[in-house]
Design a protein. Structure first.
Length: 357
């Protein structure tokens, strides 16, 4: 975003804040803690430090209000680790922060629908909009935030998944019998393929590939360069298994409930900006990663032909029916909205996971 566009956005939000009803007279100071399990160097954590903290007070100032937020910043696991982001915000360790719903399969199962429905779209911006639609239209989806004492403010999507391997992949059958790192729900994208899913966290990928514990990995291209995985697995195959949404910017509900209307307008607007900035950072890093890797003579980049992608998609079990079996009627509602929203946004899924449901 250009500086001029950013100033314009700030002015717009300032007007929206002023339009909120019942702005109390006088100045108020709001003491808030913003937190994250990860350092502010990732697409979903950078906006916490560079957008939420500075722009919140800039908007209040441009609104002509004397209100200010006194921020305490606690990143990189200072308050909680990656497995406790929901509890960290819900319990009030942080008033606002990034929540990684991908690590909450028990408490937020519906949030992980995109992980179980591959080959829907590789466009993370579409996924971001779908996540907002689900929060707005499916009560059970929204309830997974409120029942854990959090308020959803803005979506956090992630780019599409590809393969990084120690062997060339030119056809679907090439992955049969191979050990591929596919953490958590990502492993579902290998069911029926003949590949063996290996669970592990990203920091362990390099050593596992180097020592032969794994033959490759299902991964975001933005995760390849930082961990230098191309050094030990030089074959990168564009498969486009699908983008996902993995979390959100959220606020502690107790904190939210105490805020006057104009402050709620402020944070709702910042939530939308958070999603937009996150998407922009992902786009830049995705393009940058491909450009750097393409210049490396030791790296071989190829694209899996559409016919082979279709084979892969058709080899997968009925993910939609399995999803509904696990999650019942709320799961069916989420899946229907998810797939319909994707198609309306221009996505062309290789499998209609909601067919017959």
């Amino acid at each position: 975003m250009t500086k001029k566009a950013r100033i314009s956005k700030l002015a717009f939000f300032a007007s929206a804040v002023l339009a909120a009803t019942a702005i109390p007279a006088g100045a108020a100071e709001y003491k808030m803690t913003i937190g994250s399990s990860h350092p502010p160097v990732l697409p979903w954590t950078i906006p916490l430090k560079t957008l939420i903290v500075p722009d919140s007070n800039k908007i209040l100032q441009q609104s002509g209000l004397a209100d200010r937020i006194k921020w305490t910043e606690a990143y990189a696991g200072a308050l909680y680790n990656f497995q406790n982001t929901l509890e960290g915000v819900g319990d009030g360790l942080a008033d606002i922060g990034w929540v990684g719903s991908l690590w909450e399969p028990a408490k937020q199962p519906l949030q992980n629908v995109a992980y179980y429905m591959p080959f829907v779209t590789g466009d993370f911006r579409i996924m971001s909009k779908i996540q907002d639609s689900l929060v707005e239209t499916v009560p059970a989806f929204a309830a997974e935030w409120t029942k854990h004492n959090t308020v959803y403010l803005g979506s956090e999507a992630a780019d599409t998944y590809h393969l990084v391997t120690k062997f060339p992949v030119t056809k679907f059958e090439d992955i049969k019998g191979k050990k591929l790192i596919a953490p958590g729900a990502i492993a579902s994208r290998l069911q029926g393929t003949g590949a063996i899913a290996v669970d592990a966290g990203l920091p362990l990928f390099y050593n596992m590939l180097q020592t032969g514990v794994a033959d490759g990995a299902v991964i975001l291209i933005t995760g390849v360069l930082p961990f230098k995985l191309h050094e030990v697995a030089p074959y990168i195959t564009k498969v486009d298994l699908g983008a996902v949404f993995a979390g959100a910017l959220a606020m502690n509900k107790n904190t939210w409930d105490k805020l006057p209307p104009h402050m709620k307008v402020l944070f709702k607007g910042l939530g939308r900006e958070y999603a937009e900035m996150t998407n922009s950072i992902i786009a830049q890093r995705e393009a940058g990663a491909w450009a750097v890797l393409a210049k490396n003579p030791k790296v071989t980049i190829s694209e899996l032909p559409m016919a082979e992608r279709v084979k892969w998609a058709n080899a997968l079990p009925d993910a939609g029916r399995d999803w509904v079996t696990r999650n019942g009627e709320p799961g069916r509602q989420v899946l229907k909205v998810f797939m319909e929203a994707a198609r309306k946004s221009g996505a062309k899924p290789l499998r209609d996971w909601d067919k017959g449901l």
